[in-house]
Every structure is written in C-alpha cells, then in structure tokens.
Design a protein around this ligand. Structure first.
Ligand SMILES: [Zn+2]
Length: 151
C-alpha cells in the first residue's frame, strides 16, 4: 500500500474506525482521545444512543462503543432517503422532515435549497428540492409528531 493510500484510509473515519477493546472500560476523556472528538460530540453520541455505565464519572464499555459505531456505519451505508440530506460535517444523514430547516429559493426554475442544521455540529447540510417536494416536506413536517426532536 502506498503512503497516499494509507493517509486516505485514515481520513475515512466511517470506513475504518478506531476499535475500542471490547472488555475495556473507558472514561469520557478516554473516549474523546480515542476518537479525537469534542466533549460536545460525545454528548451528542450519547443522545444518539451510545450506551454508557451510569457510574460517577460515567464509563463506556469498549463493546458498546464498537457497537455504536457499527450502527452508525450501517445507517450511513443505506441509500439516501427521499427527504434526507447527507451531512459532510458529521458524516450522517439528516431528515428534512424534522429539526431546524431553512428554505432558500434558487435562481433556477422551481428549485429550492433546503438547508438542514446539523444537530451534532450546527453546520449546514444542503439538498436541492423542487416546489412539489417542498410542499410534501411541509405537509410531512406538520403531521410528524417528532418534528421537534433532533433526528
Ligand atoms: Zn450532521
């Protein structure tokens, strides 16, 4: 393998994740160091379903960390849904049916830019939609009881 291929693989976090040792316990600081993430991202992972041991301070079992990332990779490998946008910031996808959304008309007939605010990073994830799709998004958002819940 060439050097450039190696560094390319390193950047592809979703494809080649750092593996935690299944039977090891990790503190929050350990997890932050292992994945090179911010404390805020860890908080988001927890609200996204990462399991932890409710000790003081809280602990994470390696097997749970690996399982969480396995599921994230699985979700990311599914085909992009009709009303989903791919987020470059957190490498996940976000539904346009819920969460913070801004619509900007585009200077092309009948196209709109739908900007979903990433619940993990606050960055913008864009997708272009037609007026018909926009109508559908609005009506789905109205009938979606979970539209106030991020993701
Ligand atoms: Zn995101």
């Amino acid at each position: 393998m060439t050097n450039s291929a190696t560094s390319r693989n390193k950047r592809r976090n979703l494809q080649s994740p750092r593996l935690a040792s299944a039977n090891m316990l990790y503190s929050s600081e350990d997890v932050i160091k292992l994945y090179e993430i911010s404390r805020n991202t860890l908080t988001n992972w927890i609200s996204d379903g990462l399991q932890f041991i409710a000790a003081e301070p809280r602990l994470f079992l390696g097997a749970c960390l690996n399982e969480y990332h396995r599921q994230r990779r699985h979700k990311a490998s599914q085909p992009l849904g009709h009303f989903e946008t791919s987020c470059y910031a957190c490498k996940q996808r976000h539904s346009l049916i819920e969460g913070q959304l801004f619509i900007t008309p585009v200077r092309t007939d009948g196209l709109f830019k739908a900007t979903r605010i990433c619940p993990q990073t606050g960055k913008h994830a864009n997708r272009y939609v037609t007026g018909e799709q926009l109508d559908e998004i609005y009506s789905l958002r109205q009938s979606n009881p979970g539209s106030q819940t991020p993701d």
